[in-house]
Design a protein around this ligand. Sequence first.
Ligand code: HEC
Length: 303
Amino acid sequence: MCSFQFFFVWCNNKQQLLFSVFIANMSFASLPRSKKVALTTLGVVAAGGAGLALMLHQSVKASELELHPPHYPWSHAGPLSSLDHASVRRGYQVYKQVCAACHSMEYLAFRNLVGVSHTEAEIKAIAEEFEVVDGPDESGEMFTRPGKLSDYFPKPYPNAEAARAANNGALPPDLSYIVNARHGGEDYVFSLLTGYCDPPAGVSVREGLYYNPYFPGQAIAMAPPIYNEVLEFDDGTPATMSQVAKDVCTFLRWAAEPEHDQRKRMGLKLLLGSAILFPLIYYMKRHRWTVLKSRKIAYRPPK
Ligand code: HEC
């Protein structure tokens, strides 16, 4: 058993405190009461000091001001839950009317929405609202024509430099895969969109930046894009800030993972299939092995 003993030695002539710990072959229980108290106090003080040092060390880190997004109860979060397609539809409306002013979604084409959030006729009508540059024609000129199903979502800026120039030097990222590209996924994007607030006392943000505790560094170049009644939903849903944020996040989840529903349906089929198959296979295994498993090998020494 590990045990130790403790000595304070007071040296009168040198006016010095000598402090030493001796390892002796004696257990803690057998120490006198006063020494037990001294040892326990020392242990508590040491642990407390270490804890305090750790806390002080943590509190001077700037990341202290950053909030981690909470987990929100998304209706598509369950292992077998599909996306809310009415929400995807409203989310596309939010993207089109709000976010598309600054953010591209270059990996999505209008045809991708067919059967997901809109009918083919609806999407054709939406695509035709956009002017798309096509060409060259027979005289070598580029021309514009109304959008088609096969066109990709139009970009707000022709290139990254133009996007930066229009946004104080910050580049609005492409939103096609944003919920997969950010830690926290749709929880993060939802918190970011709804989390703008005044900076705490003593913190100031540079001109053109906005305080957002969920954004790494807390100063984001995106002005708060949504607020209550920022748009009017076609289906009459009240467009509160959180409703708008939730719908656009559901839409962004679909955009980043269009196979979402298919994947979960396949998972369900696999579970149902294996619920039948596994007991059958187990029964067959027992059946086939029964001869080997139940035989008895006996050694009979020759007489
Ligand atoms: C006025 C232009 C503008 C609008 C409108 C806008 N954004 Fe942004 N957004 C930006 C800029 C600029 C950045 C880059 C911010 C930075 O890097 O500081 C950004 C960044 C982002 C980011 C990335 C944050 C990160 O972690 O890097 C997300 C997500 C985002 N926007 C979502 C949206 C959504 C969703 C909408 C629509 C509801 C929207 N934005 C509308 C300009 C805009």
